[in-house]
Design a protein. Structure first.
Length: 78
């Protein structure tokens, strides 16, 4: 499985990522091992989505990182 996850960071901004092990990845974020969120701790897991198809997972991540995808996430997922 491939997972898209959304984190809410301490600066009130979202971080979206993709992984094949979301639990391990969130722990790495929480411990400050991920440069993109290291200075934005603490983080909170907002939601995650599971995909069997890696290509579709990356497409959805790309969408969520677009302007309309960020608006969708703010409106429907937070």
């Amino acid at each position: 499985m491939y997972y898209i996850y959304i984190l809410l960071c301490s600066d009130n901004k979202l971080y979206t990522g993709c992984t094949d092990n979301w639990e391990e990845r969130v722990i790495r974020h929480e411990k400050g091992h991920v440069p993109a969120t290291k200075e934005r701790l603490p983080i909170k897991l907002i939601s995650y989505f599971a995909f069997t198809d890696k290509y579709k997972a990356f497409q959805f991540e790309k969408y969520l990182k677009s302007g309309s995808g960020r608006a969708f996430a703010r409106k429907h997922l937070i």
